[in-house]
Ligand binder design. Structure first.
Ligand code: ZN
Length: 535
């Protein structure tokens, strides 16, 4: 039975490998150029991949292996489990699946090429964010924020139709909706995740209320209005997913005369994780028609790893570069002698955790000292403010992730409800923002993740929990530091070695909680996140 399964997996690899690599490469090219033909190519490869996983006879064989109880080899068992989930997700009417993928790709292109219009002038996302961060004129802020939401109403019907298509697929496979299916097939128990989110809500609520009150007082003064008149456009970000600049620090000034790409390269080399090869293949700067966000892709599961960024020399892009290259070094250092189907991170959120662990360093005073040349005295001077800011960032993001998790859950449970209302109810409850009077627009649909990366966002919060857990473990076991001490992680090969050995190399050979237990001595916990950020 084991020999048969091994042969089955080998032949599957032969058909899957070229189409997965083709899809990843076409997607990379599409993101970089914005060209329709590359989007079409990527879509065609995705359809081909899902056709392989839709094969009924192959699924029946896999089910047979699974039900036999005769697969004892741990690597084979693990591959069988993961492949079973991939096949199950694709046991869908072919026409339906093809229609879904086409609709998804078309919508993605709409998001990518959309530019907000303010007074007849086109604004990129970077430009909108820059106005929201820097302008002090209330009318200008409002105009820009509203412009950034224009995409929402124009794509909302398409998004709802996608949601219904996804639900139909989930229901045909015996799940109650797509949200439940996504979590279960990615090895997460929906009830357990919800429980964790309730726990994080309770942990962060009082701290957030206190910080929000301070924040509102500072912002009201800045915009010369009363705190009760603060509107969503006063929080310096389209979604209030990042911390407004309320502390007296300007990290951008430390990066303005630096090359953040070079800093990234030097930092990773210093911890023994060479990123030179990844950077050489990447597309790092803004271009007309190019995808405006950032991502990392492992093209072939054999070490061709690339990132897409739109780098500026500021603290946001420093953080994003460290983040994306975190994904990059994880992918690149997976043990390439593992079977093809295990040459991925243990879970999408474990790779997010690594990306976040490193992304946080962009606002770490000792990292700035060791990497961006600020003096010890300056590092000490900004230390408290920067720590406050990191804490604020975490809490602001955590409350935002509550909105995203609960919105998606609610939307897939009932896509016919008043989604505009659902969105604002959650924004008011968790982020404590005020809905503009009478506003009834699809503001939720202006968030690309809702359409293009469904039921994924909660993984960012899980990633933050694991980043803190790994940080505490590194502090106490690899370095000689207190669990919550702020350390720069720089110029220490042991840091890289630990991650390499315990997190990267194992790839997906262990279930995620098993990997976390092997790496840190216990399963995923909110304790270290609370220890680091909750007072
Ligand atoms: Zn990421």
């Amino acid at each position: 039975m084991e020999k048969e399964l091994a042969a089955f997996i080998d032949s599957l690899e032969v058909s899957v490998k070229p189409v997965e690599a083709g899809a990843a490469l076409a997607y990379f090219n599409a993101a970089v150029t914005g060209k329709e033909e590359e989007y079409n190519k990527s879509s065609a490869f995705n359809i081909a991949t899902s056709k392989i996983y839709a094969d009924k006879a192959a699924f029946a064989r896999l089910k047979n292996f699974k039900d036999s109880g005769k697969i004892k080899d741990t690597l084979l068992f693990r591959q069988m489990t993961l492949l079973f989930n991939s096949f199950l997700a694709n046991q869908v009417d072919e026409m339906k699946m093809e229609a879904l993928i086409k609709a998804q790709t078309k919508l993605e292109q709409k998001y990518s090429t959309f530019r907000a219009m303010v007074d007849g002038k086109k604004f990129s996302d970077n430009e909108i964010e820059s106005v929201l961060k820097n302008a002090t004129n209330n009318t200008e802020l409002q105009k820009c924020w509203l412009a950034s939401k224009q995409i929402g109403d124009s794509v909302a019907p398409d998004v709802i139709s996608l949601v219904k298509m996804r639900n139909e697929i989930a229901q045909s496979l015996g799940f109650s909706n797509y949200h439940e299916m996504s979590l279960k097939l990615s090895d997460q128990d929906p009830a357990q995740i919800e429980k964790l989110f309730n726990e994080i809500d309770a942990l962060t609520r009082d701290n957030f209320i206190a910080l929000k009150t301070d924040m509102d007082a500072i912002l009201a003064k800045k915009y010369n209005i009363k705190p009760e008149n603060l509107m969503p456009w006063h929080y310096q970000n389209r979604f209030f997913q990042e911390a407004p600049a309320i502390y007296n620090i300007n990290l951008d000034s430390y990066y303005a005369d630096k090359d953040v790409v070079e800093l990234t390269k030097v930092f990773y080399a210093g911890i023994g994780l060479d990123a030179t090869g990844i950077l050489a293949k990447s597309d790092l700067y803004e271009k007309e028609g190019k995808y405006q966000h950032a991502f990392c892709t492992h093209i072939d599961r054999s070490g061709d790893v690339r990132v897409v960024c739109n780098v500026k020399n500021n603290s946001q892009w420093m953080g994003t570069m460290l983040h994306e290259l975190g994904h990059g070094v994880y992918d690149q250092n997976i043990n390439m002698s593992l079977p093809y189907f295990l040459r991925t991170p243990a879970h999408t959120f474990t790779t997010e955790a690594i990306a976040m662990l490193f992304g946080r360093l962009a606002s770490n005073p000792y990292w700035l000292r060791d990497n961006a040349g600020i003096s010890e005295a300056d590092a000490e001077k900004i230390s408290e403010q920067v720590q406050n800011n990191l804490r604020l960032e975490q809490l602001v993001f955590s409350r935002w992730s509550q909105v995203m998790f609960r919105f998606e859950k609610g939307m897939y449970e009932n896509p016919d409800q008043d989604l505009n209302q659902l969105w604002w109810n959650l924004v008011e409850k968790y982020q404590m923002l005020k809905k503009p009077e009478g506003r009834n627009n699809a503001d939720w649909a202006s968030k690309i993740h809702i359409a293009s990366y469904p039921c994924y966002y909660h993984n960012y919060q899980l990633g933050e929990l694991l980043a803190s857990q790994l940080q505490a473990y590194i502090n106490t076991h690899v370095l000689v530091a207190g669990a919550n001490e702020v350390v720069s992680l720089s110029n220490n090969q042991e840091v890289g070695n630990y991650l390499l050995e315990k997190v990267f190399q194992p790839g997906a050979r262990y279930q995620w909680n098993d990997m976390i237990r092997r790496a840190t001595g216990e399963e995923l916990s909110a304790r270290y996140y609370a220890g680091q950020f909750i007072k």
